[in-house]
Design a protein around this ligand. Structure first.
Ligand code: ATP
Ligand code: MG
Length: 556
């Protein structure tokens, strides 16, 4: 552990839209290999001794920190520029669909090093520039470019402006980068293009929010191991992609007979509504999609997210006025100015959303009444709604009904949670687990997490116990064990429930009452199930409701 900061050159690389649905894991693995090879080659070309650098992989990119002996100018040119030309040559050799585009940041500053790695404000700043809407938007707006290079204001002033190493300062354009509380200037350059394109309107809009308001980026992260749903993602993407230009009206018309919605005087705002049973993955799909769209730079004015709590036992659905309050605050409205009636708050929201390219994700809606006041009127916005029931009365919304995962994807999900090699080694038992979980993502994740916590357990054992947890109901039902009648009723109700989240709760019950499972305190269960808090809470509440949680080892 060193307690003094040391000056380091910083180069960060991110593969654009690495989580896109079209790329499979083997493709992603190849891309990562290629990226590291390209960096090796670029280092050699720039005559930078790799021994003077430290490299760390981020999954979809990498960071390279250079010793103070390496002039920062060289990181920009020739290192970053030869990385760009290397990529261009490499992309031409790749099969269609495996070309990659990179965002690259160069910066420098004092960093601390401890046992976890490097840290410091300069590194955070570089990460912010790499991840900025503006950086993404430049790449999204310039399809001919394979790389966007971004540097901090400091680096521009210290290096680019002086034309060191033959760098042409005229090839760089300023952009504004918004963080949570700050905004900073950065400079971008698109290497490999004969002339730098004037940054188009899409970018101009992303530089500053209207009236200096902050640009909200509220999307929670999608599940890291999101699996499948390729078709659904593709059709929703097509529907919702804004890409800076609004598709012609005909392309946006909803399939239903009702045509457009009321509030939009011109074109209707596009609303996509995903419905399906609890635990089937509506929210996961919506988050994955929203994340991809945001990654594309499709919504430069921001992304809003509200959990409407439509299906959380013990929690009332969020009142439209509360939801509007959150949306308005996210758009920068002073809380004291938020109207106290739904009508006025909704009108205010429509004003603030007007002409802005916003993606609004209304997650876990209860019904159409709850959603209606939250819809913007401006066709520059896109709305994504998830709900268990079909929101049939949401006129003009494009409806997508989500079904359970096909078996192959269900197996893949189980593999990602429990370890793919285990699933491959016990394919039959894994298929049985998938069947017993009804291919429901929620149940599969719970079982997967349980397996992951028990590396030595054969999947077969879990399959047997799951079958047993279900089979036990029949035994209970057959016997005259009066004391157990309540378990019977509870488990039975849950098992027979048309709500798949209830059936997931049964699966969780089967697993949590395994003989060697730790005691089932709420906190322990949450850790064990390795589920996001709301999901765990929901499951546990179902079990509590069904009076199954408090009793150790029922049925034994
Ligand atoms: N395609 C998927 N890949 C990986 N995990 C998934 C997938 N779909 C769902 N999951 C996981 O399954 C669990 C339940 O999913 P999610 O919360 O999206 O369900 P939901 O349909 O929104 O349920 P509810 O109606 O209760 O809101 C979550 O832990 C989620 O991460
Ligand atoms: Mg949900």
């Amino acid at each position: 552990m060193r307690d003094e900061p040391v000056y380091r050159g910083i180069l960060g690389v991110d593969i654009e839209r690495f989580s896109r649905a079209e790329w499979t894991d083997p493709i992603r693995a190849r891309l990562r290999d290629r990226l590291h090879t390209l960096v090796d080659d670029a280092l050699a070309h720039a005559e930078i001794d790799p021994g003077l650098t430290v490299r760390s992989d981020t999954g979809d990119g990498l960071w390279l920190l250079a010793d103070a002996q390496v002039p920062t100018t060289r990181l920009l040119h020739p290192l970053a520029t030869s990385l760009a030309s290397g990529l261009a040559a490499d992309n031409r050799r790749m099969p269609a669909g495996e070309g990659m585009r990179l965002r690259v940041v160069v910066h420098a500053g004092e960093l601390l090093h401890d046992s976890y790695g490097h840290t410091g404000a300069s590194l955070n700043h570089a990460a912010r520039l790499l991840d900025a809407d503006a950086t993404r938007a430049v790449l999204a707006a310039c399809p001919a470019a394979e790389v966007v290079l971004v540097v901090s204001d400091v680096l521009y002033d210290g290096v680019v402006r002086h034309a060191y190493q033959g760098i042409d300062p005229d090839g760089w354009q300023p952009v504004r980068v918004h963080g949570k509380e700050t905004s900073a200037r950065a400079w971008v350059h698109l290497p490999g293009l004969a002339a730098q394109p004037p940054l188009p309107a899409v970018l101009a809009a992303s530089r500053v929010g209207p009236a200096g308001l902050p640009i909200p980026r509220e999307l929670p992260r999608p599940p890291g191991d999101f699996t499948g749903r390729v078709g659904e993602l593709a059709s929703l993407r097509k529907l919702l992609r804004a890409g800076g230009s609004i598709a012609p009206r005909a392309a946006l018309r909803p399939a239903g007979p009702s045509g457009g919605r009321g509030p939009g005087r011109g074109r209707p705002v596009v609303v996509a509504a995903i419905d399906g049973m609890g635990g089937i993955g509506k929210s996961a799909l919506a988050l994955q999609l929203a994340d991809q769209l945001a990654d594309d730079g499709a919504f430069p004015d921001g992304q809003l997210y509200v959990n409407l709590q439509g299906a959380t036992p013990g929690l009332a659905p969020l009142e439209p006025l509360d939801a509007l309050g959150r949306l308005l605050r996210a758009l920068g409205l002073d809380p004291a100015q938020i109207p106290t009636s739904v009508e006025q708050a909704a009108a205010r929201f429509r004003s603030l959303a007007a002409e802005r390219r916003l993606l609004i994700l209304l997650d876990n809606a209860h019904d159409a009444e709850q959603v209606r006041p939250l819809l913007p009127a401006s066709p520059t916005c896109r709305v994504l709604v998830t709900s268990r029931p079909v929101l049939a009365t949401l006129d003009g919304a494009h409806q997508l009904h989500l079904d359970v995962l096909p078996e192959r994807q269900a197996l893949e999900l189980l593999g990602r949670a429990a370890g793919p090699e285990r699933v491959a080694a016990e394919l039959q038992a894994a298929a049985a687990v998938v069947r017993l979980c009804g291919s429901l993502p929620l149940a599969l994740r719970i079982v997967g997490a349980r397996l992951a916590a028990r590396p030595a357990w054969p999947i077969r054992v879990v399959a047997e116990r799951l079958a047993d947890a279900t089979g036990r109901l029949d035994e209970l039902r057959a016997g005259e064990l009066a004391v157990r009648a309540s378990f019977d009723v509870s488990l039975h109700t849950l098992t027979e429930s048309s709500d798949a989240a209830d059936r997931a709760a049964v699966a969780a019950f089967g697993l949590l009452s395994l003989p060697d499972g730790p005691d089932l305190g709420v906190a322990a269960a949450a850790r064990l199930l390795d589920q996001p808090e709301p999901t765990t809470q929901r499951l546990l509440e179902r079990l509590v409701d069904a009076q199954l949680l408090e009793t150790p080892r029922p049925g034994r």
